[in-house]
Design a protein around this ligand. Structure first.
Ligand SMILES: Cc1cc2nc3c(=O)[nH]c(=O)nc-3n(C[C@H](O)[C@H](O)[C@H](O)COP(=O)(O)OP(=O)(O)OC[C@H]3O[C@@H](n4cnc5c(N)ncnc54)[C@H](O)[C@@H]3O)c2cc1C
Length: 466
């Protein structure tokens, strides 16, 4: 029987990062993944394929809507959807192959099969050919991720009533796409199909889309996506979803409780994700799971069984690839005897619509609720030379800083390249920068990042360009 210092279950972003860090720290490491391809949700049916389709559809949208203004005459533009999906698949398989390379390079053993605990130190692997292998692990890190959630009365048939997984591999562009849930995944995939010509309706239970993010972001995003043609039905509670062959009928109660009927050829159910632990045999190891299905852990991501850790979507916190990665690194270092730390307040959240939305730290609503005294500075993208040059004038950046110390408490961005720009805010906040620190740092001109500097200047009522 093979024995390991660390066995990691899964192969998503939490896992391969944890495995590589373990190997770097001299620990004999193995990973077990039930599918033939590595990379988990993120790489196969999440972050990467969605961004590939967002990029392809964005090119098409810009070509059809903005090329003429740029002075480019493009006639006969058409979408070859089969090729678009094929390119997305190619991006996925190249990236997944890259993880296999990293496993080899770091001398990490890879087992393909379903992992199940026999007890706290022994794991049984059931391979796709039905054969079984048992291995021994001093420490185990569980990162079995999550699966799409649904509502109790909705039957996901994967044909007309679909989740994000199917939406990433459709064989045709929907004519009318109904999206249940105005969160990140629904809006990203809604943007893809809206840009490609689908009539998209988003039904959201809460009064705002992207609930939980700063209200400025949700209002500004809704306004901009509406301009792009997406219809929004907020404060609507879906009560039934019926597949009628080539048509799906969705009924939702509006604010006043009146039923509203929606018809489409596809309905995407994007109401969140739930932790996935099926078949893991957690009970054999004695690992506790909460009522919501998450594996319970302490601040060191250690379960109630001391040699078993859990990270990523299967534990509490934001379901984000980079959160899983930070946790993978932290657990590897803890196992190796180090004392790492994650500040969860500084894990950024991003929505890859266009304009992009990105945020870190506290929202204005959270600061108000906590009674924190703060100052705020905003800067509109339309006042930025770089944004006008590229015709990306929608959006703004808001900086919230402590009223007394000026320490940056939250940054909320909507605009071109916000997903990349938020890194500057994260670094600033990691080093506990004041808004004046950022305002006094030189930002290359013309760049989108000047909007962050300007918003910091605005905290002190001294913005230059607005
Ligand atoms: C459409 C979509 C878009 C997204 N976009 C983004 C984004 O842009 N940015 C971002 O940060 N996050 C994004 N996410 C979220 C991100 O994909 C997840 O947060 C991330 O993948 C979680 O990583 P993980 O390692 O915890 O688990 P996962 O990536 O879910 O990996 C878990 C792995 O464990 C395997 N597994 C499960 N049970 C077993 C078992 N018993 N034995 C062996 N293997 C097992 C599974 O097969 C899977 O490969 C997106 C998600 C979706 C669905």
């Amino acid at each position: 029987m093979k024995t390991y210092d660390v066995v990691v279950i899964g192969s998503g972003p939490g896992v391969y990062v944890a495995a590589i860090r373990c190997a770097q720290l001299g620990l004999k490491t193995a990973i077990i993944e039930k599918y033939n391809t590595l990379g988990g949700t993120c790489l196969n049916v999440g972050c990467i394929p969605s961004k590939a389709l967002l990029d392809s559809s964005h090119h098409y949208y810009v070509a059809t809507k903005h090329f003429a203004t740029h002075g480019i005459e493009a006639t006969g533009l058409a979408v070859n959807f089969e090729q678009m999906i094929a390119r997305k698949n190619e991006v996925v398989s190249q990236t997944s192959g890259g993880i296999n390379y990293l496993m080899d390079k770091n001398k990490i053993d890879l087992f393909q099969g379903i992992a199940s605990f026999e007890n706290a130190t022994h794991i049984i692997i059931t391979k796709s050919d039905g054969s079984i292998e048992k291995i021994e692990a001093s420490k185990t890190i569980i990162a079995t991720g999550s699966k799409p959630a649904s509502l109790p009365f909705i039957k996901i048939d994967k044909k007309r009533v679909i989740t994000s997984t199917e939406a990433l591999s459709l064989t045709e562009i929907p004519k009318q796409l109904i999206i249940i849930g105005g969160g990140v995944i629904g809006l990203e995939l809604g943007s893809v199909y809206s840009r490609l010509g689908s009539e998209v309706s988003v039904i959201e239970y809460m009064p705002n889309i992207i609930p939980g993010m700063d209200e400025m972001l949700s209002k500004e995003l809704q306004r901009t996506l509406k301009k792009q043609g997406i219809k929004f039905f907020t404060s609507h509670k879906v009560t039934s979803v019926e597949n009628k062959g080539k048509e799906v009928v969705v009924i939702a109660d509006d604010k006043k409780g009146n039923p509203v009927e929606f018809k489409g050829d596809y309905t995407l159910v994007s109401v969140g994700r739930k932790p996935y632990t099926e078949g893991l045999g957690l009970q054999n190891a004695g690992v506790k799971v909460s009522d919501s299905g998450q594996i319970e852990t302490n601040a060191h991501l250690q379960t109630n069984v001391t040699n078993i850790y859990a990270i990523g979507d299967v534990v509490k916190g934001a379901m984000l690839a980079h959160k899983a990665e930070e946790e993978g690194t932290m657990v590897a270092e803890i196992i190796a005897g180090q004392k790492p730390h994650i500040d969860y307040n500084l894990i950024p959240g991003v929505v890859y619509t266009w304009p992009e939305v990105a945020a870190v730290g506290k929202t204005e609503e959270q600061l108000k609720e906590a009674g924190t005294k703060y100052k705020s500075g905003t800067f509109a993208m339309r006042a930025l030379g770089r944004a006008r040059a590229s015709m990306d004038i929608d959006g703004q950046i808001k900086v919230l800083a402590d009223a007394e110390t000026d320490e940056i408490l939250g940054v909320h961005m909507i605009g071109a390249r916000a997903a990349d720009m938020i890194a500057e805010a994260v670094i600033a906040m990691e080093f506990r920068a004041s808004s004046e620190d950022v305002a006094r740092s030189s930002h290359a001109h013309p760049t989108y990042t000047e909007a962050f500097k300007e918003a910091c200047l605005a905290v002190h009522d001294r913005s230059i360009h607005s």
